[in-house]
Design a protein. Structure first.
Ligand SMILES: [Zn+2]
Length: 486
């Protein structure tokens, strides 16, 4: 494969399946809204890399600066595409990647010094360049999956129909990325959608941990995990009329499931509530029983580590959906609620006490006066860069659910291990290097660090090196939905 051209395929943004095309820019960056010279549909392949350059604005995700690939365009020109939106295969030596034997997203590769210019063998066979199916006119609005506008941070009366939701115009996932330097997860406060209702946190009864089920049984049901209740709508559509509501922790039988309408990247579940039928969005509910047949989540996934909690905020690593990058899931709850390890045990790779949070588990926002997103906080190791007290637990590949292993195998991550960060804890109950037993309490839910309202911030990464330290695993971020039920 050495000497072969490095061939690029457009793959888009993971976890936003309804994004159908990506921006090709005039220069290798998105800063100052570098002009978009083309849009290429996902699946466009056979593009030969002409050059690779580091992002001109040093824009990064989780500290890893993007690289940009120069590609030929159907109109005869050239343009630049970012390295997290493509995969590459072939000889990348002259760009510092070495030979890439299987299609890989280059964002996850480390770029070294370029090799001496080896002649590229099949000098860019033009035939290989797919005539790009539907190159959208540049003016086309970047289709972003189901843009759920971020609701006001203030608690909102629960039962508001969301008819008034303004579709957010032209949210560019690509553009949204560059505005945020370090993608530090922000605290739980920012609800994802107008269905989200935040409730002030009360003090702390600490209920006993719930045993962690692995095998689901019983009829398939949803449990509403919204503190203010869940809207049940007439259709699987975020703009659909609200027909009834399900109260927090109330259950309902699942009848059906389907993808949300209007480019919603969530699925919706059809449920029956006291004789009425309607649809509820998947992120607002917890699933129990034999729900696997509905295809919303696999039944063998790990349970929510904070069983006694309520839903707060979804994974949105680039801020493409909500405008605010968020690298994990937030489950809000009372301070002191136990945080459980996975159902098959694991290994603590890091317990990180937050010096400035102290044993009181201080919130930098509520008690030290910082604003969410304050760089003085995000860059301060004393605050653990905003994460507060946290623990990272490794779940070795052999401890992972079968459905997860299948996903890993299909995504060039065969035999990878899961690294899970549990952040903003109140107390840490384990030590680095410790093996934990199934469902063991590893800490308690808290409000430490860049947090406004007690919540668990849950981040998931996969990596093949079991001894990887933070800089190495940092880039393997994926949605917690790959391993956890909500
Ligand atoms: Zn969070």
């Amino acid at each position: 494969m050495a000497g072969q051209p490095l061939v690029i395929t457009i793959v888009g943004v993971p976890n936003l399946p309804n994004v159908t095309e990506v921006n090709i820019r005039s220069i290798p960056t998105t800063i100052n809204n570098a002009s978009v010279v083309a849009k290429l549909r996902l699946g466009t392949t056979g593009l030969i890399a002409l050059d690779v350059q580091i992002d001109q604005g040093n824009i990064n995700l989780n500290g890893k600066v993007y690289q940009w690939f120069q590609i030929p365009l159907p109109n005869g020109g050239t343009g630049w595409v970012r390295d997290d939106l493509i995969n590459v295969v072939g000889d990348g030596s002259r760009f510092g990647y070495g030979v890439v034997p299987t299609a890989t997203v280059p964002f996850f590769l480390t770029r070294g010094a370029p090799a001496a210019a080896a002649p590229v063998a099949a000098a860019a066979p033009v035939a290989a360049v797919q005539p790009v199916a539907a190159v959208q006119p540049v003016a086309a609005v970047q289709p972003v999956a189901a843009v759920q506008p971020v609701a006001a941070v203030q608690p909102v009366a629960a039962a508001q129909p969301v008819a008034a939701v303004q579709p957010v115009a032209a949210v560019q996932p690509v553009a949204a990325v560059q505005s945020v330097a370090a993608v530090q997860p922000v605290a739980a406060v920012q609800p994802m959608s107008s269905e989200v209702v935040m409730t002030p946190v009360a003090a702390a009864p600490a209920p006993a941990p719930v045993a962690a089920p692995v095998v689901q049984s019983g009829p398939p049901k949803v449990i509403c995990m919204m503190k203010g209740g869940c809207n049940v709508r007439q259709a699987a559509d975020k703009n659909g009329a609200v027909v009834t509501r399900l109260n927090y922790k109330d259950t309902a039988d699942i009848l059906d499931a389907q993808q949300g309408a209007n480019n919603d990247y969530f699925k919706w579940l059809k449920i029956s509530v006291q004789g009425q039928q309607g649809w509820v969005r998947e992120d607002l509910v917890r699933l129990t029983g034999t729900f696997g047949k509905f295809g919303v989540a696999a039944e063998d996934l790990y349970p929510n580590p904070a069983q006694d909690s309520w839903w707060s905020r979804d994974f949105d690593p680039t801020g493409a959906v909500s405008g605010i990058p968020h690298g994990g899931w937030d489950h809000a709850g009372n301070v002191g609620v136990p945080m459980m390890a996975g159902p098959l045990g694991g290994y603590v790779t890091k317990d990180m006490f937050c010096q400035k949070c102290g044993t009181a588990g201080i919130s930098a926002v509520e008690q030290a006066g910082f604003a969410i997103g304050d760089q003085r906080l995000i860059q301060d190791p004393g605050w653990n860069y905003g994460y507060g007290h946290y623990v990272i637990v490794r779940y070795d590949n052999n401890l992972l659910p079968e459905s997860v292993k299948q996903w890993l195998n299909a995504n060039n991550l065969a035999n990878a291990h899961a690294f899970v960060m549990y952040a903003h804890l109140h107390e840490i109950k384990v030590k680095t290097g410790q093996t934990v037993t199934p469902g063991q309490v590893i800490g308690t839910l808290g409000n430490s660090g860049m947090s406004q309202g007690a919540h668990l911030h849950l981040e998931l990464r996969f990596g093949t090196n079991p001894n990887a330290q933070w800089p190495e695993i940092k880039s393997g971020l994926v949605t917690p939905a790959r391993l956890f039920l909500r």
